[in-house]
Design a protein around this ligand. Structure first.
Ligand code: MG
Length: 395
């Protein structure tokens, strides 16, 4: 296979040889000094957006454990966070808080499209972005990539699979990479048929077998929409074509990502499923600070099982891949329709199978025209939400 995953990210001639030649797993568009040789001793001022969610709470634990990490600002969507940080904000425009705080690192753990403005704010300014809000990269992949290239800051994914993939890819020449494998636990309904999913409840969908996460992403894991979002996220993060990214079901979530190389070798990232690992990696990069997570115990009978995803029962993964391949604002519409449908499911207004039906109908109705700027993207998002609300109401 003629693989050139970094085709979209040309490395400037002047940069070549100075650091990692044509490396695709790099953390920065700027090819800063070899990150493996850098030890950062400076205080890092962190702005934590989404401080009361699952990622936010675990990030607070990590920040508290490291004196060199300082919580400069914190924001939550609706819950009070007075006194949590020198600057706090509840709701409102997150970029106002970021402007006041001028952080070294933005940890964006907002849920959904609402995190987009903060993502673009950090990328445009070259401020390091620890990104747990995968929806912003999915919905605004092209705008975000452009902002990242212009700003030349670091983008460190706080998504276990992408953190793992970035570590496997870092410093590798693109032509040596055969393909990337993202793993999915399969969620609580793995092995069930479509017929068996007709009447599942939100409570059943929220009982994730391996990961302890917020409600939106947990439902997305049960439908495999989360892996669909991650597929698009990986495409934009690593500049890999969709046919070079495979998704496999791996029930224990021990292998987080695996990269196959052209010589037949494969590198995998393993560990217990605990979000403190990718959060800590992103916040303490490049130091890889210690966490309370125990080392992987192999001798007690660790087994690794993999299987192909059931795309008929869980069509959202295939719909996401198709939306990603179509490009333009199709990924934005996929995300918007999925957010609307998941909210309707959690409120008891839509069946579990209705989530995928709503997304599929919405994608069939939008025109997918690429967005030239943020306002066009916001309009495409709003239009997809209107269509999805209408579809969900009649499903
Ligand atoms: Mg993930």
């Amino acid at each position: 296979m003629g693989v050139n995953p970094a085709a979209k990210r040309p490395v400037r001639e002047a940069d070549q040889g100075r650091t990692q030649r044509g490396a695709i797993g790099r953390f920065s568009q700027a090819n800063r000094a070899d990150p493996g040789l850098v030890h950062s001793e400076r205080m890092k001022r962190i702005a934590l957006l989404g401080a009361t969610g699952s990622i936010g709470r675990q990030a607070l634990e990590i920040i508290a454990a490291h004196p060199e990490l300082e919580l400069a600002a914190a924001a939550s969507g609706s819950q009070p966070i007075d006194g949590l940080a020198p600057m706090t904000q509840v709701g409102g425009d997150l970029t106002e808080l970021l402007e006041r705080a001028q952080p070294d690192v933005v940890l964006n753990a907002v849920v959904g499209f609402a995190g987009l403005a903060a993502t673009l704010w950090a990328l445009e300014r070259g401020i390091d972005l620890a990104l747990a809000n995968k929806e912003s990269l999915v919905a605004a992949g092209e705008l975000a990539t452009k902002a990242w290239q212009g700003g030349e800051g670091r983008l460190l994914p706080v998504d276990s699979e992408h953190s793992a993939a970035q570590q496997c890819l870092e410093g590798r020449a693109p032509e040596t990479v055969h393909s990337l494998v993202l793993t999915a636990s399969g969620g609580p309904f793995r092995g069930r048929s479509r017929e068996e999913l007709g009447d599942v409840t939100p409570a059943e969908a929220l009982a994730h077998p391996t990961w302890n996460m917020g409600p939106k992403i947990t439902v997305d894991s049960a439908t495999l929409a989360n892996k669909g979002l991650e597929l698009i996220e990986a495409h934009f993060l690593f500049g890999l074509d969709y046919d070079l990214i495979e998704v496999v079901i791996h029930p224990t979530s021990t292998v987080h990502a695996l990269v196959r190389f052209r010589d037949g070798a494969a590198l995998a990232h393993l560990g217990y499923p605990d979000m403190r690992v990718p959060i800590s990696f992103a916040l303490t990069y490049p130091d890889r600070a210690a966490t309370p997570v125990p080392p992987l115990d192999l001798a007690s009978g660790l087994t690794l099982e993999f299987e192909a995803p059931d795309l008929e029962t869980f069509p959202l993964l295939a719909l996401a891949r198709h939306a990603g391949e179509q490009g333009g604002t199709y990924p934005c519409a996929f995300n918007a329709a999925n957010e609307v449908a998941v909210a309707a499911f959690l409120e008891g207004r839509l069946s579990f199978l209705g989530i995928a039906e709503t997304v599929e109908e919405t994608l069939a109705s939008v025109d997918g025209t690429p967005a030239g700027d943020l306002s066009e993207l916001i309009e495409a998002d709003a239009e997809a939400r209107r269509l999805a609300e209408r579809t969900a109401a009649t499903a």
